[in-house]
Design a protein around this ligand. Structure first.
Ligand SMILES: [Zn+2]
Length: 435
């Protein structure tokens, strides 16, 4: 089976969410699995959002669950240099919405799983999972899936999206960021009400004026840097390998330690959001005419909070920041920060990565985004996130972006890394001390 042509076929089925119709992709994945002698099943809350589950083989535990999602974020075709669902190949890259998030990963899982089944050597249980609905929160996808599993995974670990390989991020070299933890999303509405009136007679108490002042405060606000355990682990790995010179274990709660942490964040800008809660202004809405003062103004914030923070408490702090302006803060959506401990899967994964990229540095990482991993973690499946493809640092921002693309060579490398992981997972003798 050629992973590149399979991925092209997968990309060409438009699963933009909303509406997130994944029937075509579930059919494609099932056709390939069945064609290779396997027995997938599909189930979902609504017919348009099926989830695919396939027990690939093996009987022993702990098992390994390979997870990805079939839906993608929408693409504005006019902004792209190629049509986003045409799966064009150009300059050594395959272009298309979903190549990185996460159809490319799904194809690597599928090809490696089928190879493993064919080998006849699977000892531990291996599952292939493809979910719908991830890009709008996963409630009807992985959320439904874990609550309605027709079988039990038993003791198992999961591999999902959330981390990636990036070149030259902490000095020269290949760095694979394995997502062990995720910050928690906290989405807030800020609203101000007031008197509607003529634009020729303004007052400082007008709703848009008060909301603007509130938003300006938030735009200028920065929470101080703070070290959490998942980030401490990443920094320790970097320090131990001589890549950075800040020993996280030398940091206590003294004011000069915060300054050293801030200096670290400015030397490695990618780590800045890993060290603090962030508050992004994402929408602003008020008014309908240049000469009319509207009676209502509203905006939203996308806050991402660190492990140890309580969403309600952070929302209350935002409310305190703008209370004197009579601006109301309400929670639209929130999830607790969540993660899995570093265990045997991390070691097996590091070995698998180094079998393809011998000099790679494999880092325990905390992702600023959130994924379906939280649903699997909630049923006791310790889940890590990694799409094992190595990208140039400049490509990091293309996930969800314009001209999303994957290096052609990376597709084959992913299959090799996942295959190596399955191999190690099966031959590793004893995982019991960690379970
Ligand atoms: Zn995704």
């Amino acid at each position: 089976m050629d992973p590149v042509s399979l991925l092209r076929e997968y990309i060409r089925i438009d699963t933009s969410n909303p509406p997130g119709d994944c029937r075509g992709t579930a059919e494609l994945l099932c056709r390939v699995l069945i064609g290779n002698g396997l027995t997938p099943i599909t189930f979902g809350e609504v017919p348009e959002k099926p989830n695919v589950l396939c027990h690939v083989g093996g009987t022993e535990e702990p098992g390994l669950v390979l997870i990805h999602h079939m839906d993608v974020v929408p693409a504005q075709a006019e902004e792209w240099s190629v049509p986003p669902f045409s799966a064009e190949v150009k300059d050594g890259y395959l272009y298309g919405r979903g190549t990185l998030d996460t159809k490319g990963l799904g194809v690597a899982h599928l090809c490696a799983a089928i190879d493993a089944a064919r080998s006849g050597r699977l000892r531990r249980k291996l599952f292939f999972v493809a979910n719908a609905d991830e890009e709008v929160g996963g409630k009807e996808g992985a959320g439904y899936f874990v609550r309605n599993l027709p079988i039990s995974f038993g003791r198992a670990y999961g591999m999902n999206e959330g981390g990636v390989g990036v070149r030259d991020i902490f000095g020269e070299g290949a760095f694979f960021l394995v997502n062990l933890w995720e910050k928690g999303p906290l989405w807030l509405t800020l609203s101000a009400g007031g008197r509607a009136g003529h634009g020729s007679r303004p007052s400082s108490g007008d709703a848009p004026a008060r909301l603007s002042r509130a938003m300006a405060r938030i735009a200028e606000h920065r929470d101080p840097a703070r070290l959490t355990d998942p980030v401490r682990e990443m920094m320790r790995t970097l320090f131990d390998q001589g890549l950075t010179n800040l020993d996280p274990d030398s940091l206590g709660g003294r004011p000069e330690d915060t300054a050293r942490l801030e200096a670290f964040a400015s030397s490695y800008p990618e780590t800045d959001p890993l060290l603090r809660n962030t508050f992004a202004i994402t929408t602003l809405a008020a008014g309908f005419k240049p000469n009319v003062i509207p009676g209502k103004a509203e905006g939203t914030l996308d806050c991402r909070i660190l492990p140890g923070e309580d969403p309600e408490a952070v929302a209350a702090r935002v409310q305190d920041m703008v209370r004197d302006l009579d601006v109301r803060v309400e929670i639209i959506f929130s999830e607790e920060p969540n993660g899995s401990p570093r265990g045997p899967l991390f070691t097996a994964l590091s070995d698998a990565i180094r079998s393809v990229h011998p000099d790679a540095v494999v880092l325990p990482y905390m992702s600023t985004g959130f994924t379906d991993s939280r649903f699997f973690r909630s049923i006791g499946v310790d889940t890590y996130g990694l799409m094992p493809v190595l990208l140039p640092r400049s490509e990091f921002g293309r996930i969800h972006g314009v001209d999303e693309r994957i290096p052609l060579s990376g597709i084959d490398e992913m299959v090799r890394i996942i295959s190596a992981l399955i191999e190690r997972w099966n031959t590793e003798k004893d995982f019991s001390p960690f379970l």
